[in-house]
Design a protein around this ligand. Structure first.
Ligand code: COA
Length: 176
C-alpha cells in the first residue's frame, strides 16, 4: 500500500486553480536581474504578481507610478501571466488576498542569506499558508543591485546590459 504523502484533494485542487506567486520588492528601478528571476519563476507558477512593497529603510528615486510603468513596459506582451501592483501592508496579507501561495525571492550571494532567512521566517510566523521560494539569481546579475546601477547612472556610467533600454533612458532623464 503506497503512503499518502499528498492528499488527493490537493492534486484535484491544483488542476482547478492556477498557481500564483507574488514577487515583492522596491524595484527602484527594475533590473535585468529581477527580470531573470521573474522569467524563471514563470516556469514554476502560472502567474506572477510583481508587487512594489514598502521598505521603510529606502527612499526611492522613482515615484511609485514611474516604477509601475517601467515594470509594465518590460512585460507588455505577457499580461495574462504577469500582473503589476503595489501594497503598503504586510506582504503575506497581500499574498493571501490574491489567492497566491508563494512569495518568490531571488538570492544573489551569501550576503543576502541572513536577511532573506529572517524575512522568510517572520513571514512564515505571520502566515503559515504562504511559502517563500528562493531562486538563485543568474550568474550575470549576481553583482548588481538597483543602488549600484543608480550610482553608475548618476555618474554618467553606461548601464546598458544591466537594465532594459527604457529603464536606462529613465535613469538618464532623472540624472540630467
Ligand atoms: N538581481 C539583481 N538585483 C537584485 C535581485 C536580482 N535578482 N534581487 C534583488 N536585487 C537587489 C535589488 O535591486 C535591491 O537593491 P537596492 O537595495 O540597491 O535597492 C536589493 O537587491 C534588495 O531588493 P529587494 O529584493 O527588492 O528587496 P527590498 O529590500 O527592496 O524589498 C521587501 C523588501 C519590500 C520585499 C520587504 O521589505 C517587504 O516585504 N515589505 C513589506 C512589509 C512586510 O511584509 N515586511 C515583512 C515583515 S516580516
Amino acid at each position: 500500500m503506497p503512503e499518502k504523502h499528498v492528499p488527493k484533494e490537493t492534486c484535484q485542487s491544483r488542476k482547478q486553480h492556477p498557481s500564483i506567486a507574488v514577487y515583492p520588492g522596491t524595484f527602484d528601478p527594475i533590473t535585468n536581474g529581477h527580470i531573470d528571476i521573474i522569467k524563471r519563476a514563470l516556469q514554476l507558477f502560472d502567474k506572477i504578481i510583481i508587487v512594489i512593497a514598502i521598505n521603510v529603510e529606502k527612499k526611492p528615486l522613482f515615484t511609485l507610478e514611474e516604477r509601475i510603468d517601467m515594470i509594465n513596459t518590460c512585460f507588455a506582451n505577457s499580461s495574462d501571466c504577469i500582473e503589476v501592483d503595489m501594497t503598503d501592508g504586510l506582504i503575506v496579507d497581500y499574498t493571501i488576498s490574491k489567492n497566491a501561495k508563494a512569495i518568490v525571492r531571488g538570492l544573489r550571494a551569501v550576503s543576502d542569506f541572513d536577511y532573506e532567512f529572517q524575512l522568510a521566517l517572520m513571514n512564515r510566523k505571520l502566515e503559515r499558508r504562504v511559502e517563500t521560494v528562493f531562486l538563485m539569481t543568474g550568474f550575470r546579475w549576481i553583482f548588481i543591485s538597483s543602488s549600484i546601477i543608480k550610482d553608475a547612472a548618476k555618474h554618467n556610467g553606461d548601464v546598458s546590459g544591466v537594465v532594459p533600454a527604457h529603464v536606462k533612458a529613465a535613469l538618464k532623464k532623472k540624472f540630467s
